[in-house]
Ligand binder design. Structure first.
Ligand SMILES: [Zn+2]
Length: 68
């Protein structure tokens, strides 16, 4: 079940575009400088978390219809 979900997520990642999702903040600000290695820090609002986690959140939003 987990492998099945991961496979589904992998397909979705390609559709959503992982580059943009990992650079986009929850406030809607998207900037290349937001991502620095594994760290995500929004240049506008200062929101900070793990970059891959942020990307995963944005992908989840895109899949569920809450895309920015
Ligand atoms: Zn922000």
């Amino acid at each position: 079940m987990i492998a099945y979900k991961a496979e589904m997520a992998g397909i979705r990642v390609e559709w959503v575009n992982p580059t943009y999702t990992s650079q986009t903040c929850q406030c809607g600000h998207r900037e290349k400088a937001n991502r620095n290695g594994i760290r995500f820090r929004c240049q506008r609002c200062g929101y900070t978390l793990h970059a891959d986690l942020n990307g995963a959140i944005n992908i989840a939003k895109a899949i569920s219809g809450f895309a920015v």
